[in-house]
Design a binder for this molecule. Structure first.
Ligand code: NAP
Ligand code: ZN
Length: 353
């Protein structure tokens, strides 16, 4: 066992503070990682604030982890010290159920182990995430960062990226697809970049008129203001696929109306009761509404390789650990372009009482 510096929350409405945490001694199939960067996901704020009612404190968030291998257990075959690696939202699963065998560990029937606020499968202790100097992770849940990917920007691919990549691939988005992305934040801006890279024609639907130029710079061919009912009406039945990243309860009917024949709306943000869906909007045009949870390990490696090959990188603002609480507040005030990434080198010099 070892200890390291981390940043975490001790209760729901407190700021994150520095703390010392323990990392387990290496099991035979473990990889020890020195963390260089960690992205700040909106889910980190949901967890810290106990929005989903399941947070165990102290809570150390962070599931967009990028770093270097420092040591490996005796049964590890794919990694050696010095390798550039990444860890996303999952650190373990049963490995035997049909979902795990299919590479969809996020849907493990026994419940996957989340990178933070999860339960270690051996000790039952609460897992602690990437706002920390180091982490120990089972080999199967460690990803390789291709040499062509800039480590500073790779982090947000591990959650924001894979969460949008999974439904884009599941629904075969590609050349000729008419795609709309609702909400231009961490997930949304990755969805625009990736859908464009796959050849789709992309529209951004936003509450923020000020983001229109950014949306076009990211590759969108059109921008719709969701607060403009006339513009929304004029876009009725226009899209094949809509990705809805709004983080809170909202009315999906104005977006469903925009789907054409057999169109699909994929919800990834609001994990709470929604306003009632109008049945007629589903029946007309054979529309569907569905959801999607992050993605499996093979798909995440595929995404990292795709982004290296196509030079697709998130737009990041890099902050040091002293800026974490300010970054949380700005993210919740919709003031980030488009992902905060913490430079973990700044955590090494923090003195914890
Ligand atoms: P984010 O960076 O804060 O972006 C969310 C965007 O949604 C904002 O930039 C804003 O875009 C729009 N928005 C915010 N509040 C809104 C409101 N009340 N009404 C309409 N639009 C609103 O968040 P994120 O990191 O992308 O995460 C988005 C959501 O996905 C979060 O709830 C997060 O927990 C969830 N998530 C889900 C999964 C999964 O597996 N399903 C994985 C990761 C994250 P505009 O300014 O363009 O309107
Ligand atoms: Zn996340």
């Amino acid at each position: 066992m070892s200890t390291c510096n981390a940043y975490g929350a001790c209760e729901a409405h407190a700021d994150l503070t520095p703390m010392r945490i323990e990392r387990r001694a290496l099991r035979a199939d473990d990889v020890a990682i020195v963390i260089d960067y960690c992205g700040i996901c909106h889910s980190d704020a949901h967890a810290v604030h106990n929005d989903w009612g399941s947070t165990v404190y102290p809570c150390v968030p962070g599931h967009e982890i990028v770093g270097r291998v420092s040591a490996v257990g005796p049964r590890v075959t794919r990694f050696k010290p010095g390798d550039r690696v990444a860890v996303g939202c999952l650190v373990d699963s049963c490995q035997t159920c049909p979902s795990c065998e299919d590479g969809q560990q996020q849907n493990c029937t026994q419940g996957p182990t989340a990178t933070y606020n999860g339960r270690d499968r051996h000790t039952r202790e609460t897992t602690l995430g990437g706002y920390s100097e180091s982490i120990v992770v089972r080999e199967e849940f460690v990803l390789r960062v291709p040499a062509a990917l800039d480590m500073r920007y790779a982090g947000p691919l591990l959650c924001a990226g894979i969460t949008v990549w999974t439904p884009l691939r599941r629904y075969g988005v590609g050349a000729g697809s008419r795609v709309a992305v609702v909400g231009l934040g961490g997930l949304g801006h990755m969805a625009v970049k990736l859908a464009v890279a796959l050849g789709a024609q992309v529209t951004v639907i936003t509450t923020s008129a000020s983001k229109a130029d950014d949306a076009r710079a990211l590759g969108a061919s059109d921008v719709l203001l969701s607060k403009d009912p006339k513009a929304m009406q004029a876009a009725a039945s226009r899209f094949d696929f809509i990705l809805d990243t709004i983080p809170t309860k909202h009315n999906v009917n104005p977006y469903l109306m925009l789907l054409g024949r057999n169109g699909v709306l994929v919800l990834v943000g609001a994990l709470e009761p929604l306003e009632a869906v109008h049945g007629a909007l589903l029946v007309m045009n054979n529309r569907s509404i569905t959801g999607s949870l992050i993605g499996g390990l093979p798909a995440t490696q595929e995404l990292l390789d795709f982004c290296a090959e196509h030079n697709v990188l998130p737009d990041c603002e890099i902050v040091d650990v002293h800026g974490i609480n300010a970054a949380f507040r700005r993210m919740q005030a919709n003031d980030v372009k488009y992902r905060f990434v913490i430079d973990m080198a700044s955590l090494r010099d923090v003195k914890v009482d």
